[in-house]
Design a protein around this ligand. Structure first.
Ligand code: PLP
Length: 401
């Protein structure tokens, strides 16, 4: 069930906002976070340097235990990136050459390229225009069609920090007897019907890339599962297919997390709930400001449209994304005021040159294509201020005035 986020009723006459002017509002400002946690981070780095243990080891194991607890799972396997986490999850789920895996056409490239790394073929499916997450109805159509490639797993992405419609997708996974693997790269702390992202399928992949809600000081990733056998396989695969030094059961990769990243992530993890709550409050505030500025309700087409949040979803607003008329011109205008924006994503996966071999054409997945033309992410990070938000919205209102 979907509902719009609660927004103030638009007033008949748009209220004139009186924002304080800012020289710049960044899309993300990590320095503000660093100022809060600097002492803790430096102490954690010192702890690792004193131990001189840099790869896997006690810090990484502690992080794995803490994230397993945080995501309501029994196992966590830390690795080198979110992209590797997806590859580990798919490999452990038994996906291999000749298989097909169904995923969304509207995501970061890694969601689909991880499938290709296993030798399988991505089956790209359109999104629900309300949330821009994988549409279970379209997925069902594709699964029932059959075709020459048998789908062996479902890989939904929790885009922008909101879980995909897990009711619909879990039903499909059961009906077709295939595993569900979450791409939770953008969704640490999110939940569906109060169950944490990371615990909603067989396995889940997280990214701790520096821009993520829980972020490392470099590349890092992690897989969660409550299946001990899969966990063991992933531990082996991340370390050259080996659980015993210099004995190799299969070909794996070097995808170990380093202890410095683990120690830094351990400093940040206890803050994530609070930071995610601040992001939700900022999203509500943007919704209110956009409504009050009359941008959501004009005669004819409104220049701005909000995405929707499912009543079952606990959104963590990794990104705050709107759909905007004349999006590229708006972006240029905001850039002129040094207001940071980004387009996630300007070209859907089925039209990317690297996936040309899948044989898609423009028009095949219209909702993903429309989203790519309309979406724009606005500044979003826990330390963003109300004044900055007001300046961003006033600037948008000025563009459309
Ligand atoms: C949806 C999604 N999947 C996968 C990844 C890959 O993560 P990483 O950059 O850590 O490899 C990302 C990261 O940007 C992502 O946003």
């Amino acid at each position: 069930m979907l509902e719009s986020r609660p927004v103030a009723q638009p007033s008949p006459k748009p209220r004139t906002l009186r924002a304080r002017k800012f020289d710049a509002v960044p899309l993300l400002d990590l320095q503000r976070q660093y100022r809060q946690i600097r002492d803790e981070v430096l102490a954690a780095i010192e702890r690792v340097c004193s131990s001189q243990q840099f790869i896997l080891g006690a810090e990484v194991e502690a992080l794995e235990r803490e994230i397993a607890a945080f995501t309501g799972t029994t196992e966590a396997i830390a690795c080198a990136s979110g992209s590797d986490a997806l590859w580990l999850a798919l490999s452990a789920a038994g996906v291999h050459a000749g298989d097909a895996v169904l995923t969304t056409a509207f995501s970061f490239v890694a969601s689909a390229s991880a499938i290709v790394r296993t030798g399988a073929r991505p089956v790209l499916v359109d999104v629900d225009p309300r949330t821009l997450n994988l549409d279970p109805t379209q997925a069902a159509v594709r699964l029932r069609e059959g075709g020459s490639y048998k789908v062996q797993a479902l890989l939904p992405v929790h885009l922008y920090g909101q879980c995909a419609d897990m009711d619909g997708l879990q039903r499909l996974a059961e009906e077709f007897h295939i595993p569900l693997i979450e791409d939770a790269a953008q969704a640490i702390g999110a939940a569906w019907r109060k169950r944490p992202a990371g615990s909603l399928g067989l396995t889940a992949a997280f990214s701790f890339y520096p821009t993520k809600n829980l972020s490392a000081y470099g590349d890092a990733g992690l897989v969660t599962t409550s299946n001990a056998e899969f966990a063991e396989r992933m531990r082996s695969l991340r370390n050259h297919g080996s659980l015993r030094r210099y004995y190799h059961e299969e070909i794996g990769a070097n995808s170990r997390m380093d202890a410095l990243q683990a120690a830094i992530l351990r400093v940040k993890l206890p803050h994530v709930e609070k930071w995610n709550q601040q992001r939700r409050e900022h999203a509500d505030h943007y919704n209110r400001l956009l409504a009050e500025a009359g941008l959501l309700s004009r005669q004819g087409a409104a220049p701005v449209r909000l995405l929707e949040t499912s009543s079952h979803a606990r959104h963590v607003f990794h990104q705050y994304v709107i759909r905007a008329e004349r999006r590229d011109e708006l972006r240029k205008f905001l850039t002129g005021r040094k207001i940071g924006t980004e387009i996630y994503y300007p070209l859907p996966l089925h039209l990317q040159p690297c996936f040309a071999y899948l044989g898609h054409r423009e028009g095949d997945l219209p909702e993903s294509e429309r989203a790519a033309r309309e979406v724009i992410a606005l500044p979003m990070f826990p330390e963003l201020t109300r004044d900055e938000q007001q300046w961003v919205v006033e600037s948008i209102a000025e563009f459309y005035s």
